[in-house]
Design a protein around this ligand. Structure first.
Ligand code: SF4
Length: 343
């Protein structure tokens, strides 16, 4: 075992948190935890993991559930394509989780990282994970300035990670390096003063901790402006199921009009005219800012009262307001409906 991995493993053994997915070797449950924990903090992911694994304890239970129910269990976690992929992957398993790396890698929504994590943790297979934490730790400890988002960087870091992997305890080693990156060698304010790798860390010796890892491209962030209209039609309100090709596929939401600018007049937009004619909605919730990975959404919510005879447009459904809670909605829609006092 090399000294790099022995330091990380010793630290991991001492500080290891007792988490339910660390007490099992069931590949299905480990896969579930890995998907939930992508882009989600452990504290938040834990509650979802517990509910999800209780309701869907096996691939078969998940495969047989309706998609609306799976999305409802996922509500609030964000990145809903993860839930849809999870469901599609469970359906493809025919009751049994794959037993080879290739089989796991072929599951919908599983990339190199997740396949390596699941196979090393559940099956003790020697596959090193390379995620954001691993890139950061390796770039700093070994002083590597190849951009991590370039093909050359991906190759270099993957090869190094594979070389450093502890072949006897691959699952623990992978968790140890990711845990180290998440708690000690963090993106901002890493704890170099108490770091067990400080003596061998190249970036620390060269005063380059802040500059590593290097990224070639900056992520472009775009702004979007959403105007939701909450319909009051007797006891009912209108909901629409979002389609493919945009955020929140298959989640529900009230009628939405998007404008190109913050001060765009959504009341004159063709969709608004089609649904409500010249009738204007009253603003109930002033714009809130909602940050996603590649975009910032500014959204407000207005209310419109319609007579019971007003026709419900084809792609909407009228549902009793008291049943709103049953539908999976994005966190943004949940926030707006709560602020408006209807959820
Ligand atoms: S010394 Fe600092 S930069 Fe180097 S590995 Fe430790 S925490 Fe990271």
């Amino acid at each position: 075992m090399n000294s790099f991995s022995s330091v990380l493993l010793a630290r991991y053994d001492q500080n290891k948190r007792d988490l339910p997915w660390r007490r099992t070797k069931d590949p299905y449950l480990i896969w579930l935890s890995e998907i939930i924990l992508q882009q989600t903090r452990v504290v938040q992911g834990l509650a979802y993991y517990n509910c999800f694994s209780e309701r869907f304890p096996t691939p078969r239970a998940l495969a047989e559930a309706p998609e609306d129910e799976v999305l409802k269990y996922w509500q609030g976690l964000g990145y809903y394509s993860r839930a849809r992929n999870l469901h599609a992957a469970a359906k493809s398993m025919q009751g049994e989780f794959p037993r080879t790396y290739e089989g796991v890698r072929a599951l919908k929504g599983v990339g190199d990282y997740t396949a390596a994590a699941v196979c090393s943790i559940a099956y003790d297979m020697p596959y090193a994970v390379v995620d954001g934490n691993v890139y950061r730790v390796l770039a700093r400890v070994f002083g590597i300035d190849t951009p991590i988002d370039s093909p050359a960087g991906k190759k270099q870091f993957t090869e190094l990670a594979q070389k450093l992997l502890d072949k006897k305890r691959p699952g623990d080693y992978n968790q140890a390096i990711m845990d180290f990156g998440a708690t000690v060698c963090t993106p901002a304010a890493p704890q170099c003063l108490v770091c067990p790798l400080a003596a061998v860390c190249r970036a620390l010796a060269d005063g380059r901790v802040e500059q590593l890892p290097v990224k070639a491209q900056k992520t472009k962030i775009s702004n979007r402006y959403f105007h939701y209209i909450y319909v009051k039609q007797g006891e009912n309100t209108w909901l629409h199921k979002r389609g493919a090709g945009d955020v929140w596929q298959n989640l529900y939401e009230p009628p939405l009009v998007e404008t190109k600018t913050a001060d765009g007049d959504y009341g004159t937009a063709p969709a608004h005219r089609r649904w409500f004619g010249r009738k204007r909605a009253l603003l109930r919730v002033a714009p809130v800012k909602h940050v996603l990975s590649h975009r910032v959404i500014y959204a407000d919510l207005s209310e419109i009262t319609l007579p019971p005879s007003a026709p419900v447009p084809e792609d909407f459904m009228a549902i009793p307001v008291r049943e709103l809670k049953k539908y999976a909605v994005s966190r943004l829609v949940q926030k707006l409906l709560e602020k408006a006092g209807v959820l």
